[in-house]
Structure formats: C-alpha cells, structure tokens
Design a protein around this ligand. Structure first.
Ligand code: GDP
Ligand code: MG
Length: 182
C-alpha cells in the first residue's frame, strides 16, 4: 500500500498577511491574486503522480490570527509536516515562526517533525532595502544566523513563483526520510 499510494497532510502556518494562502494557490493553481478571502481554515487537496506513486497532499491553509487555540493544536496534532511562513517585510512575523516551531515541538513531544521555514515576499526585499535600509530584513537575517535551525529554510515569493515548488519538494523529501527511519 505504502509504495503505490501516499497521503500526507501539510499545515501552512504563520502570522496573518505573510502570504500563506498565496503560497498554497501559487503551488496548486499557478496563480497569484492580490486578495485572498480570510477564512478560519481552508483544506486544499492536490493529487500528484510521482514516479508511478499516487500522491495525495492535503494542504491546511490556516488563519494567522489564531483566535482559536484549539484549532491550532488540532492542526499541529493532525499534520504530517509544517510550512512556517513569515514575511521578509515583518520581523514580528519571524518571531511568530520561532514560537510556532517551539509549539510544534512541544505539542508533538519531539523535534523530529518535518518543518520548512519560508521567508516570503522575497520580491519586495530590494524595494524595502532601498527605501528603509532594510532594518527589519537585516534583523531577520541575523536572527536566522543566530538560531540553531535544524529546519530547512527557503526564501520565496508567492507573487513571482520563486522557490514555491522547491518548498514542497523539500517537504516531501523530509516526509519520505521520516518513513525510511521507521
Ligand atoms: P495570509 O494571511 O498569510 O494567507 O496572506 P495572503 O496570502 O492573504 O497574502 C497577504 C497579502 O500579501 C496579499 O495582499 C497578497 O497579495 C500579498 N502577498 C502574498 N505573497 C506575496 C509575495 O510573495 N510578494 C508580494 N509582493 N506580496 C505577496
Ligand atoms: Mg490566508
């Protein structure tokens, strides 16, 4: 069963407005919109064929506001892997990613959870740099340098489609690695 059909749930988490819905929509539909409706949670399903293996991905697009801690805990408990997104324009959203990562480790009672960290809105980086001497992005970069990340890290742009596929390829790599270790 395992060799021919695989089914994974991936939760996309992070602060409101960092581009979680944009990443999901760019990956599944190759589209970018200016506005995505704010729902509490959206489940997307994608069917893929990878070297003859039928792959079903459930993508749980969570709300950033986390008014419902119970829903967040449920998302953490029921997902196989996590994409934690922050915006390069918002250092507060980076802090939220570090908190989410700690929360996932605590809730799952292990550090062996597939997590990919995404710094989104890469396309905006140069503009911010020129205008504001990049106070937030620089703080973000140095924070990354100083944190013991065993998670994989990508910069990305949902708008330009930069590194979006790579994020999911990496997640699948981490998930299959987890299986081999069993
Ligand atoms: P969410 O709350 O995390 O789901 O964020 P959304 O996906 O709704 O995006 C919030 C806003 O940021 C929207 O106006 C998007 O169009 C915009 N956005 C998302 N990703 C990018 C990106 O990579 N680059 C730029 N420039 N804007 C983005
Ligand atoms: Mg959203």
């Amino acid at each position: 069963e395992d060799t021919m059909r695989k089914h994974y749930r991936i939760a996309i988490m992070g602060a409101a407005g960092v581009g979680k819905s944009a990443i999901v929509n760019q990956f599944l539909y190759g589209k970018f919109h200016k506005d995505y409706k704010k729902t509490v949670e959206d489940m997307h399903r994608g069917e893929f064929d990878m070297d003859g293996t039928k792959l079903t991905l459930e993508l749980l697009d969570t709300a950033g506001a986390y008014k419902f801690p119970g829903m967040r805990r449920l998302a953490i408990a029921t997902s196989d892997a996590f994409i934690l997104v922050y915006s390069r324009e918002n250092s507060e959203s980076f802090r939220e990613v570090t908190e989410l990562r700690d929360l996932i480790h605590a809730e799952r009672e292990t550090d062996e959870v597939p997590i990919v960290i995404v710094a989104n809105k890469e396309d905006r980086q140069t503009k911010v740099c020129r205008r504001e001497l990049a106070s937030d992005p620089v703080a973000t970069e140095s924070a990354i340098a100083n944190i013991d990340w065993d998670s994989t890290f990508f910069t990305a742009s949902a708008k330009e489609g930069i590194n979006i596929v790579a994020i999911f390829v990496e997640i699948l790599k981490l998930l299959s690695k987890g299986r081999d270790d069993l």
